[in-house]
Design a binder for this molecule. Structure first.
Ligand SMILES: Nc1ncnc2c1ncn2[C@@H]1O[C@H](COP(=O)(O)OP(=O)(O)OP(=O)(O)O)[C@@H](O)[C@H]1O
Length: 589
């Protein structure tokens, strides 16, 4: 994308997030640009008056303009500085939530793609480590500011000698080239450091992630962690030491240039004064104007180069911002769907970046209200089947229908209302139980309590002092409770039930429940599902007794399908073998 287009896109986005912030910056910029002129023009008038007429009235007037003018601009600038600071904070929060929404809306399959992770890393690095957004806004303001100042000062200097502008321009350009070189080195090195930064950050987070504490301690993980951290830290140090050496050289050279410029301008002005071509007052004014002109020019060029350089980073940010979410496509709403028959038609699926298919030519129909149990050996593709049904991934080929509608054509946020899912690795949030269960508009406390009871959590709830208002985990509430695996699973089941969706999907729903709780859950399965379609994956094959149909997955295919009573009769079937092996184990024990 061309830089001008990129910047237009960017400033439009900033303006759409916070128009007030943009206006404050523009006003602040205009006042900042006007301020220096007082200190360049008025001292000349004072000095000339002192060397000439020495009119007290005039001197008093000039001195008053100088003092009051400076005071006025100082007050105004510090007022706007504070306003910009507050605006910047507010804009920062708005940008955080904008990016947060972007991440949440991103297609799930993108979350696992390394190129997308890298893009996100680069985009976030630009924003949070390089403050690319703030710098682009500031540079934009600086460019406007400097243009106003340069036009004014350029006019003053052109009265002296237009050539002086040329000399200043040359020296400033030399400095600008050095600055550009520094920026390029910085960009290259920052890009090189992306992977090492990500890996180092990952290991650093691991050290402070207490949920990993048990595994780290019991598997002697600390030395390996330290070793990995050191490895990536050493890589980063090599990159950054080159960066600082190179940028140091550039800074030294540019300082020499600045001194050279001072010598040239002062020598020229001194010659003019000696030749009585200009007054002492004019000497002061031109010297001040030349210094300010060169400062402004350098700031202008630097802001210009910096903004161009930042475009390289902003491009990552824009690419990330423009990632389209397939999940957001679709036209139909929940109300348009009258028939909840689920149909997989010749569905095959390979994970992104993988050649081999995890699911191969799956065709199956699940009628409304039916209970389907999915069983199979580890890695057979059971969870992947659920991921496709829940649209976390799209089939590589084939289609999934709900009634007569391809699920792709249903708006994603509407589609997920039809599903209540408990994944193997479900996550509860660090809110209260009530907030975790508040998954449907208008849900009442009584319903939450009933679903908690159905999921077998009633007795646990009685023991909680704050009942349904107990916080889960201690992240945000000191009195929060760390529930056991089984208790958490009951809460996750209750949350799914609270959604009151016509299709319930449970992946290993009872794996963490004690045998009695599991028995209770299965006993009340009819009540629990209440005519909903239920799909569940379980390695405990006793659960299949409660299902209407069983689909046996092997190597990404459905190899057996039917009710328990039929499959168990086929002695050689995978299902019968698995069922009998488990039953034998229990009986022998
Ligand atoms: N995100 C992923 N990227 C690449 N491959 C994956 C991903 N998730 C799973 N797989 C692979 O897909 C295959 C099927 O995994 P899946 O989780 O569907 O199996 P499963 O039948 O649910 O297994 P289990 O009974 O162990 O839970 C496995 O070989 C697994 O390694």
């Amino acid at each position: 994308m061309k830089n001008s287009k990129l910047l237009l896109y960017f400033y439009r986005m900033v303006f759409s997030i916070s128009p007030a912030y943009v206006f404050t910056i523009l006003l602040s910029t205009a006042f900042q640009a006007a301020a220096p002129f007082i200190n360049i023009i008025v001292p000349k008038l004072i000095i000339d008056e002192l060397m000439g007429g020495q009119d007290r009235g005039k001197l008093l007037l000039y001195a008053s303009i100088l003092i009051l003018g400076n005071l006025f601009f100082k007050l105004l600038n510090s007022y706007f500085l504070k306003k910009v600071e507050v605006g910047e904070r507010k804009f920062g929060f708005q940008l955080d939530s904008y990016l947060g929404n972007k991440c949440v809306d991103m297609d799930f399959e993108n979350v696992e793609k390394s190129e997308i992770l890298d893009l996100k890393e680069k985009a976030f690095f630009a924003i949070y480590n390089l403050s690319a957004v703030r710098r682009t806004i500031e540079n934009g303001a600086a460019i406007i500011n400097q243009i106003i100042t340069l036009v004014g000062l350029g006019y003053i200097l052109s009265i002296l000698n237009p050539l002086i502008i040329l000399v200043l321009l040359l020296i400033v350009c030399m400095n600008a080239l050095l600055f550009k070189k520094m920026e390029r080195i910085q960009y290259e090195d920052n890009q090189k450091a992306v992977y090492d930064n990500r890996a180092f950050g990952y290991y650093i987070n691991l050290t402070s992630d207490f949920s990993m504490g048990k595994d780290v301690r019991l598997y002697n993980g600390a030395p390996l962690l330290i070793q990995k951290m050191k490895y990536f830290m050493d890589n980063l140090l090599v990159i950054y030491s080159r960066l600082f050496t190179e940028t140091g050289k550039c800074t030294g050279l540019s300082n020499i240039n600045v001194q050279l410029q001072i010598v040239i301008v002062y020598a020229y002005l001194a010659v003019k004064v000696i030749a009585e071509k200009i007054t002492i007052g004019s000497f002061t004014m031109y010297a001040g104007a030349a210094k300010s002109f060169s400062d402004s020019l350098l700031s202008f060029i630097n802001a210009f180069i910096d903004i161009n350089q930042l475009c390289m980073y902003l491009e990552m940010f824009m690419k990330f911002d423009q990632l389209e979410s397939k999940a957001m496509e679709g036209i139909y709403t929940k109300e348009d769907i009258k028939d909840y028959t689920i149909e997989f038609r010749n569905v095959s699926f390979a994970y992104p970046g993988k050649k081999e298919y995890t699911l191969k030519d799956i065709s199956i129909t699940i009628k409304p209200g039916e209970r389907l149990s999915i069983v199979g050996l580890n890695g057979a593709g059971k969870t992947t089947f659920i991921k496709l049904l829940t649209r976390l991934y799209e089939p590589t080929s084939g289609d999934i229908y709900l009634g007569q509608t391809n699920i792709r054509e249903i708006k994603y946020e509407e589609y997920v209302k039809l599903l209540a899912v408990v994944f193997q690795d479900f996550k509860l949030l660090s809110y209260t139980i009530r907030d975790n269960l508040n998954v449907r508009d208008g849900i009442e406390e009584q319903v939450m309590l009933e679903e908690l009871e159905k999921a077998g959590f009633a007795k646990d709830l009685e023991k909680l002092e704050k009942g349904i208002d107990t916080s889960i985990y201690k992240d945000l509430d000191k009195s929060g409770v760390e529930f056991s695996g089984g208790q958490s699973q009951k809460l996750a089941i209750a949350r799914a039930l609270c959604k009151d969706s016509p299709i319930v999907i449970l992946d290993e729903p009872t794996s963490a429940l004690d045998p009695i709780s599991e028995y209770e859950v299965y006993k009340s399965f009819d009540k629990l599902m209440e005519g909903k379609t239920a799909i569940y994956i379980s390695h405990r094959l006793s659960s299949t007794r409660f299902s209407d149909k069983i689909a046996v997955f092997n190597n990404g295919m459905i190899v057996e399908y039917g009710p328990h009573s039929e499959l168990i009769k086929q002695n050689e079937s995978l299902y019968a073998t698995m069922f009998k092996t488990q039953a034998k184990y229990y009986l022998e024990a």
